[in-house]
Design a protein around this ligand. Structure first.
Ligand code: ADP
Ligand code: MG
Length: 692
């Protein structure tokens, strides 16, 4: 429970200062200005009072109980302050002071000392190197923070690792006239963590929307567990910084190189149902809609406009994002024909015309609210001087307050002239935007969340035919870490029911001839050496060898070429006509494994067509990974060409996911390529590498 942090009954400031331009003074001023409801105790050995409030020399001298203490004294004194707080039974401290883990070395040691002391005393720590919290609840009014934005009360709670970003977001909401509920920026997060804060707000009924800004996630498993639980209850709008290259999928041929931590965070967001943003402004604008609007049941938008151009822009934006603007029913058209101007456009978008009055707007809104096929309303409202705009605003508000379907409004106006109209809409909780695309994107975000809420995540399938004990035996027999032998790779794949093309590993050319005989022509010869990573790059793969004489020639050539290396011959059945797919896995510390699927073969680096997911994957997740590939149309059949058995590929991905989940010592794995075949035929692996 974080009540002592967010709803402190009393606040002390260790390091309270009489100097106006100091943090120890500012926090007290902020508490006073914001109307904090509890007692404030400045702690300062030299002053009798700070900002007109009686000060105490030591926190232990304070007569009352203390829920929360700010610590704003220099870093080296902080451990002593923690001891004092221990004696006084302070429940939680906010350490604003910097100079801890973020500076490394001595700072990190100091932070550890502080954490240990706090734990001994049973004190929870927020920070260090942080801003603090804000709670706008009228019964609390806690501004335990040294910044300057004074938010109005509302339904959005913000947690930002970075105080700077948090403040910018807070400030933007303030400018937009959107209220917030609670705010937290926890800096180094040595004790009270973001998952804990998310969980707390998940249970706070007044928090309707959570805004989350992170730079790194300390405990990914914990984060995922909590995020999943909270995002199922209320919208969580997430943004992660530190994403420099969109080309996260670039890098190298290995799953390891392809998967960067940046995308991993977005994958965590995706898997847990957090709505991903890459732009602070867009996030804030969407949050404003989330704070007041219900979640659409589907993708179909009904649009009302009293001007042409903006409706076109909005339509483009909505359609591009995959939303729909369906035709209206006959019934709806009949009503509108009857109630709107004869020159009005009775379609979707409904153009009520610039001269439309409140009654016209109301008729259009009522019709859309009744339309079965419409899930949300988009209103383009320009304020002409020849109509009663305030009456129109009143009608919009009235419909909005019914809360039947979400409404966003692109309000095109001069804010100085139409003050009343603006105020009516704002007080009526209608999210208003200055540009059609901004309003459209907010509606897209609402719709996405609706889809996330409704999505079938499915179950993680457990394959009963897996021989885990055999696989464990293979892994346990390895004394060293690194890539394991081909025989062991194939053994592991076998035990997890992942088919491998018939193969044989032999020492010399004569044995290779015998092996080919056994496997049956046509065959493939590959050179197998620890010194070679990509065999085909060095001419170490010869495919489609149809007869003995060609095989003999190929073996002789390879023997000459690789005479300076330690190598073996890998003879394999040649497969024709399959589509080449790559499936890989990579371990991420604290998270488990990332699974990758993509266009396979020797062109992996060139095509960079890959998608990722976090193990364990459900069938639905694996299916979505494949569906997001550029290769997908080819896999599913393109221009008369037959597709492949996608269900069986999905199964392979799930088996790989199960394998790495059960065998966490696998750090990296590449099945490249897997040949996928037509409906009914098993995909087959022809090349695999596993690192443990
Ligand atoms: P590497 O990745 O080390 O270069 P691969 O074994 O993946 O070596 O072979 C390279 C390419 O050769 C594959 O992408 C595939 O096109 C082809 N190939 C390899 N093995 C077979 C096989 N058994 N049947 C058909 N084509 C194969
Ligand atoms: Mg390969």
């Amino acid at each position: 429970m974080l009540d002592a942090l967010f709803k402190p009954a009393s606040v002390a400031i260790i390091g309270a200062s009489t100097k106006e331009l100091s943090i120890g003074n500012r926090i007290i001023k902020n508490l006073q200005d914001f109307g904090y409801q509890g007692p404030i105790y400045p702690i300062n050995p030299k002053a009798d009072e700070v900002r007109g409030i009686k000060a105490y020399g030591n926190i232990c001298d304070v007569p009352g109980e203390i829920d929360l203490a700010h610590i704003v004294i220099p870093n080296k004194y902080v451990p002593f302050a923690i001891d004092d707080c221990g004696k006084k039974n302070v429940k939680t401290v906010i350490i604003n002071t910097a100079g801890f883990k973020e500076i490394g070395g001595k700072g990190a040691e100091l932070e550890e000392l502080v954490v240990n002391k706090a734990r001994e005393h049973g004190i929870r720590v927020f920070g260090p190197n942080c801003q603090g919290i804000i709670n706008t609840d009228p019964g609390i009014r806690a501004y335990c923070n040294f910044t300057f934005t004074k938010p109005e009360a509302g339904g959005i709670s913000i947690v930002a690792q970075s105080g700077g970003v948090g403040e910018v977001i807070n400030q933007r909401f303030s400018e937009l006239g959107v209220g917030i509920r609670m705010y937290a920026s926890n800096g180094n997060a040595c004790d009270i963590s973001i998952p804990e804060i998310l969980q707390y707000w998940g249970r706070d009924d007044e928090t309707r929307v959570i805004v989350l800004y992170v730079e790194s996630i300390a405990d990914p498993s914990k984060f995922m567990e909590v995020a999943r639980e909270v995002a199922a209850k209320k919208p969580v709008l997430g943004m992660k910084a530190g994403r420099t290259e969109e080309g996260a999928k670039a890098a190298s041929s290995h799953t390891g190189g392809l998967a960067r931590m940046e995308i991993t965070t977005e994958l965590m967001f995706k898997k847990t149902g957090i709505i991903i943003f890459r732009d602070e402004e867009e996030l804030c604008q969407a949050a404003a809609a989330f704070a007041t609007q219900p979640i659409p049941r589907g993708k179909s938008v009904g649009m009302i406009t009293n001007t042409g151009g903006p409706a076109i822009i909005a339509t483009d934006e909505l359609i591009e994002a995959g939303l729909k603007i369906p035709k209206l029913s006959v019934r709806a058209k009949a009503i509108l024909t009857d109630q709107l101007y004869s020159a009005a456009s009775i379609n979707n978008p409904i153009d009520v015309l610039a001269t439309a009055n409140a009654g016209h707007f109301r008729a259009a809104m009522d019709v859309l609210m009744e339309e079965e096929t419409i899930d949300s309303l988009y209103i383009n409202f320009v304020t002409p001087f020849f109509v009663d705009n305030e009456s129109i605003a009143h009608e919009i508000v009235e419909v909005n307050l019914l809360g039947k379907k979400p409404i966003v409004c692109n309000l095109m106006t001069d804010k100085r002239q139409w003050v009343g109209t603006l105020r009516i809409l704002k007080e009526g909780n209608v999210p208003c935007y200055a540009f059609p695309e901004t309003a459209a994107r907010a509606l897209v975000a609402l719709t996405r969340y609706g889809e996330i809420r409704a999505r079938e995540v499915g179950e993680v399938h457990i394959f009963e035919d897996v021989d885990m004990s055999l696989a464990l035996e293979i892994i346990r027999s390895k004394k060293e870490s690194g890539y394991i032998s081909q025989a062991d790779v194939n053994g592991l794949l076998d035990s997890y029911g992942i088919p491998v093309a018939p193969w044989s590993l032999v020492d010399n050319a004569d044995e290779a001839m015998k092996a080919a005989e056994k496997i049956g022509y046509p065959v493939v010869v590959k050179v197998d050496s620890e010194e070679i990573v990509h065999k085909s790059d060095v001419g170490g793969v010869a495919v489609n060898i149809k007869e003995e004489s060609t095989l003999r020639l190929t073996l002789n050539e390879m023997s000459d070429k690789f005479s300076s290396l330690r190598y073996k011959f890998f003879i394999q059945k040649f497969l024709s006509s399959g589509k080449e797919v790559i499936v890989g896995a990579k371990k991420e510390e604290g998270l488990g494994h990332l699974i990758m699927a993509g266009t396979g073969g020797v062109l992996v680096e060139l095509l960079k067509d890959a998608s990722f997911g976090i193990a364990p994957l459900t069938g639905a997740e694996a299916a979505e990974m494949l569906a997001s590939l550029k290769l997908y149309p080819i896999l599913s059949g393109f221009r008369g060409q037959a597709g492949v058995d996608i269900g069986k590929l999905i199964e392979i991905i799930q088996r790989v996911s199960m394998m790495v989940t059960e065998l966490p010592s696998i750090v990296e794995m590449d099945l490249n390529p897997i040949f996928a075949f037509e409906e009914g035929r098993q995909p087959i692996v022809v090349d695999a590498r596993i690192k443990i």
